[in-house]
Ligand binder design. Sequence first.
Ligand SMILES: [Zn+2]
Length: 203
Amino acid sequence: MERLTAPDLLERVIAGNARWAAGDTERDLLGAPADPLEHLPPVAVIGCSDARVPPAAVLGAAAGAIFTVRLPGQYVDIPVASALGFAMTALDTRLAIVLAHEDCRAVHAAYEEYTTGEPPNLALAPLTGALAAGLYRAGGATGADEAIDVNARVTAQALITECPSLRKSIVDGDAQLCVLRYSPRTRLVTVLEERVVPHAGVL
Ligand SMILES: [Zn+2]
């Protein structure tokens, strides 16, 4: 079994996304075991619940290759961070991807709440309120579309803050955290941040 490095894994999922966008159904195991009884996913995705953005599919990955945690707006709380920590410490996961996407209704709702003070959907208010607070702490955004990218970077920083095993693996040089933005229109991802590193003082 090949053990791909984090940069190699990123290259492979970008290639996998290009296949998905082209309608090619080939799926990459990314060096994960082909045995369905083993669970050693080299990649973890922290993504949005949006049904148009199934992480393994849009990244052209096979079953067994990607550990996935999803909440609307790829919101990160302590249980989400601990799920990633589990993957980093127990499953030999080396590449963590924040998978944001264009036309994210959760982030648009959070941006509306940030600008008006009113949650547009009361059912989702506990979550959009937290996302709106993240936009506020990050200095805001000039529009709903920019809020997608701001929120994606907030997600990455929340993971750095809340997931000590991710911080340690990044500092040790074994792991990488990146931020991608997916477009439902083109079906392609854009790399927003290839390598997110802990700020000095966070460790
Ligand atoms: Zn979304």
